[in-house]
Design a protein around this ligand. Sequence first.
Ligand code: GLN
Length: 189
Amino acid sequence: MSATRKKLVGILALQGDFEAHEKALKTAGADTLQVRTAQQLDRVDALIIPGGESTTMLKLLGYMNLLEPLRSFAATKPVFGTCAGAILLANKVESPNQESLGIIDMTIERNAYGRQIDSRVAEVDYEGRPFEAVFIRAPIIRKTGPGVRVLAEYQGTPVLIEQGKHLASTFHPELTGDSRVHSLFLSKI
Ligand code: GLN
């Protein structure tokens, strides 16, 4: 019976820091699968798109014919994009403009913290408690649609948002020991 099957969480593993997410998911109590093909995508109940380089990931998604399967996947199952993954989920990408999956109603600007200080660790408030947010050549979410809820902010812009079952963060929650954000994602499955 499907009710007794343990949920399987996929991590898109074409490029970027997918292994750190895999570890964080296991710590949060999930079974995981590295996803590189549409067949593997079919097997999972939710998917994380990790940080890395969104342009490269986009190219690889094209080569692997995964763009359309990912869009259909997101119509029924939760997707969590972190940093480059968040860029891929947006419906509009700036600086420069590039194609994206259009899964979350937001406009996101790549590499938006500037050249010299483009990486940092900052404390953000999440659920009334501090969360250590690691920003690495991070984007900034410039605009969100009415269906988007902001869960955490840094310097007045959203850094963790949800839209229904989907989640996006501009920082890397997989790089700290705090698994609250991964647990939130698991609760959406
Ligand atoms: N700067 C990268 C991009 O634009 C994102 C960086 C990251 O994922 N840490 O795709």
